[in-house]
Design a protein around this ligand. Structure first.
Ligand SMILES: *[C@@H]1O[C@H](CO)[C@@H](O)[C@H](O)[C@H]1NC(C)=O
Ligand SMILES: *[C@@H]1O[C@H](CO)[C@@H](O)[C@H](O)[C@H]1NC(C)=O
Ligand SMILES: *[C@@H]1O[C@H](CO)[C@@H](O)[C@H](O)[C@H]1NC(C)=O
Ligand SMILES: *[C@@H]1O[C@H](CO)[C@@H](O)[C@H](O)[C@H]1NC(C)=O
Ligand SMILES: *[C@@H]1O[C@H](CO)[C@@H](O)[C@H](O)[C@H]1NC(C)=O
Ligand SMILES: *[C@@H]1O[C@H](CO)[C@@H](O)[C@H](O)[C@H]1NC(C)=O
Ligand SMILES: *[C@@H]1O[C@H](CO)[C@@H](O)[C@H](O)[C@H]1NC(C)=O
Ligand SMILES: *[C@@H]1O[C@H](CO)[C@@H](O)[C@H](O)[C@H]1NC(C)=O
Ligand SMILES: *[C@@H]1O[C@H](CO)[C@@H](O)[C@H](O)[C@H]1NC(C)=O
Length: 527
């Protein structure tokens, strides 16, 4: 019932009733041509989620396992034809680990370290956050039990935080973007004298108190004549359609207290001190730096200073209305702050040499490889330490229909606070039962145990079967002589220990809690 609610409003073409394969496809022609729909997705028998179906467009040798990948994919498929469901955590073989559907409309940002441990960061808000509008909302952090431990946004800007940036600093503060509108005279730029701009903000907030610690807005520091998105291309400058002359899209607070800020529309990375003054500009019309061959960028995203002389940045090289580079690249750059030079270390190219007009991300992995999210091109890929592509997966067939603002690869161990879920197929009876088990977000489950009990011994169940887990949802069956009134499932780890039990469920749907003496034998997560 839940899943039919989720798909209402979507074409029947998408939901023929037959589930797509759970694991990723490998060079599937029908997927690539769009014959499987604009957003192929997976279905389950009972679990109420519709995650995207992956296709490895450039498959690894062991497709679909892709066992060279160390970690899980964190991304948030979004766009005009994206299936509902918010963000996803996925195994490299394309099976789902976690759906953020409970928080929809939301946007899963990946992991961030907060108070010394990794947390899932999710943006929740209104508005079309990536294309068109800029969204206004807030961010939450979930610990490894998926408990919300922090909920925060920007202050004193008239709007909430938007999706473009969230960085949790080493001091447990949050750096965020927001897109407030401001009245300003635009006649010098070919716009109305009673004009409006998006005076997009960088703000650092104390997570515990919500107090703003630093606020920076470009209109005080960067003249709109220094930027490349003309009035008419990025808003007409009216109150309904303010001019997005700057378009902030990444901020990184550095350990020395300075802020590293990316303006997509000015093609510039700024180093800003805690007083708000610009210390230097890298790129754009007034660059303080000169660029070596292959090191320059335009309409860029996700700029990160890796150390005092290296940077990663996603060079879109094009917008919806301009193109300067033949295709987008994930750049790894080195710079010399005194000589004011930037040179290319190496570049990551997309497998089919396409341009990504919006969004994108570059992540350096611990082993020297890197991981690139191709933004409006619904792809991500892993690259070796020289930038050579190793494999590329897609989560939709065509550009701009489904995208993920950023994509990350992270290790993650999580055990949800909420109990495992189960559902008894309606065809079941007391001697012939089919039970579906899942546990949204659990990473340690390797097998499921099915148990049954009778009216006489409701809290003392018999073990009926054990089934290895291979997909998000696992089917368990019972066929026998003994008649069972209640069924229950238990999630098991690789050591054969119990991680948790579901409630007991009767054939008619009545449920009651697990027995007090059903103890969890797996060691607690943080021990
Ligand atoms: C976060 O805080 C906002 C504002 O107080 C509240 O409306 C919202 O329900 C909270 N969200 C979560 C997931 O806790
Ligand atoms: C707007 O700015 C222009 C010059 O850029 C100036 O001539 C004009 O008087 C200003 N209009 C208003 C209403 O301030
Ligand atoms: C953390 O706080 C210290 C002490 O106030 C400060 O020197 C440092 O710059 C801060 N770092 C970040 C990333 O905010
Ligand atoms: C990037 O640099 C090359 C020279 O290395 C130059 O030809 C090109 O115009 C530059 N592109 C942009 C967008 O600055
Ligand atoms: C690259 O992939 C995208 C997304 O599937 C597609 O739109 C585009 O046509 C492909 N381009 C080439 C040159 O194969
Ligand atoms: C249970 O269902 C099975 C198969 O659906 C059927 O063969 C069996 O007779 C049923 N048993 C009861 C007790 O209804
Ligand atoms: C657990 O408790 C129930 C009664 O609440 C009892 O029937 C059952 O034997 C107990 N199981 C174990 C393993 O002690
Ligand atoms: C997919 O990968 C997960 C994690 O490695 C594994 O547990 C599962 O069995 C795989 N599923 C299939 C169908 O290969
Ligand atoms: C559902 O089945 C259980 C076990 O037979 C029974 O105790 C309960 O009263 C039933 N509930 C309904 C609403 O029929």
């Amino acid at each position: 019932m839940h899943s039919s609610l989720l798909i209402s409003g979507f074409s029947a073409l998408f939901f023929s009733g037959s589930a797509y394969a759970s694991v990723a496809y490998c060079s599937n022609q029908d997927y690539e041509t769009g014959a499987l729909g604009e957003s192929p997705y997976q279905t389950y028998n009972a679990a109420p989620y519709l995650p995207v179906q992956l296709n490895y467009a450039l498959p690894p040798d062991d497709c679909p396992s892709n066992s060279q990948v160390d970690g899980y994919f964190f991304f948030a498929p979004e766009g005009p034809v994206a299936m509902p469901g918010g963000g996803l955590i996925m195994n490299p073989n394309g099976t789902m680990i976690y759906s953020a559907a409970a928080f929809e409309p939301s946007f899963l940002r990946g992991l961030q370290s907060y108070k010394g441990s990794d947390h899932v960061a999710i943006w929740i808000g209104d508005g079309s956050p990536v294309t068109g509008g800029h969204g206004s909302g807030y961010n939450i952090l979930l610990d490894n039990t998926y408990t919300v431990v922090a909920n925060f946004t920007v202050a004193n800007l008239g709007v909430g935080a938007d999706i473009h940036e969230l960085q949790i600093t080493s001091n447990n503060t949050a750096v965020m973007t927001a897109y407030p509108t401001q009245a300003t005279n635009l006649s010098a730029y070919g716009g109305p004298a009673d004009g409006y701009v998006l005076n997009c903000a960088a703000q650092e907030v104390d997570i515990a108190t919500g107090k703003p610690l630093f606020t920076w807005q470009p209109l005080d520091h960067v003249d709109p004549s220094e930027c490349y998105a003309a009035i008419g291309e990025a808003g007409s400058g009216t109150s309904d359609d303010p001019w997005d002359y700057f378009h902030i899209n990444s901020i990184q607070k550095l350990d020395d207290g300075n802020f590293f800020i990316s303006s997509r529309h000015c093609h510039t990375l700024y180093l800003v001190n805690p007083a708000g003054n610009i210390l230097w500009k890298m790129g754009g019309m007034q660059s303080d730096f000169t660029f070596g061959q292959g090191a320059n960028f335009s309409w860029q995203h996700h700029a990160r200073m890796r150390d005092s002389n290296t940077i990663t940045v996603f060079n879109n090289g094009a917008s919806e209305y301009n193109q300067e580079f033949p295709y987008s690249q994930g750049l790894y750059l080195t710079f010399d702050e005194s000589a004011k030079t930037v040179s290319l270390i190496n570049a990551r190219s997309p497998f089919n040499r396409t341009v990504t007009t919006a969004q994108g991300s570059v992540q350096l992995l611990d082993n020297g490889d890197s991981f690139v999210g191709w933004g409006a091109m619904p792809y991500f890929s892993q690259h070796d330490s020289s930038g050579n592509i190793l494999w590329s997966a897609q989560f939709a067939p065509s550009e701009n229909e489904v995208s993920s603002y950023r994509v990350f690869l992270h290790d993650w161990v999580a055990r949800p606070k909420t109990s495992p879920s189960m559902s008894i197929a309606s065809s079941s009876n007391s001697t012939n039962a089919v039970v579906y088990a899942w546990w949204n977000g659990a990473t340690e489950v390797t097998a499921w145990k099915l148990m049954g009990s009778t009216l006489l011994t409701p809290l003392a169940p018999d073990t009926l079967s054990v089934v290895q887990k291979s997909d998000f949802e696992t089917t368990l069956t019972y066929t026998g002589k003994r008649q069972y009134t209640f069924f229950q499932v238990a999630a098991m780890n690789a050591k054969g220990q119990t991680l948790d039990y579901s409630s007991f469920s009767a054939l008619n749907g009545t449920t009651f809690a697990k027995a007090d003496n059903q103890t969890i034998t797996a060691a607690p997560l943080n021990s």
